[in-house]
Design a protein around this ligand. Structure first.
Ligand code: FES
Length: 102
């Protein structure tokens, strides 16, 4: 089932993130250089809180558990492109960020 979630853009300062929970899925929504991105906040390694990690080099999130890192824009691991977290489509309409979850 497709679900659309709305988050206020003004709640996420540039270079920051907001973690939201949707039906048991933790999603990290990032504000990067005037654009917004949403990825699964659970690390695919051992379920660490990826979305709460350090944001480096503009758009790379580093898991606080064992330092696996992912491109926030795609969800792809920065070392092994076969490893990925879910990336959710985002549309911005004024102050509303609409995230589609399938
Ligand atoms: S749980 Fe994220 S790197 Fe291990």
């Amino acid at each position: 089932m497709v679900k659309e979630i709305t988050v206020k853009a003004s709640d996420i300062p540039r270079g920051e993130r907001k973690i939201i929970d949707v039906d048991g899925i933790s999603i990290a929504v990032f504000s990067i250089a005037d654009k917004f991105y949403a990825i699964d906040s659970a690390c695919p390694h051992q379920g660490g809180p990826l979305g709460n990690g350090e944001l480096v080099d503009g758009a790379t999130i580093v898991c606080p558990f064992h330092a696996w890192s992912f491109d926030v824009k795609t969800g792809i691991n920065t070392k092994f492109d076969s490893i990925k977290v879910r990336s959710f489509p985002v549309k911005v309409d004024g102050d509303e960020i609409k995230i589609t979850i399938e």
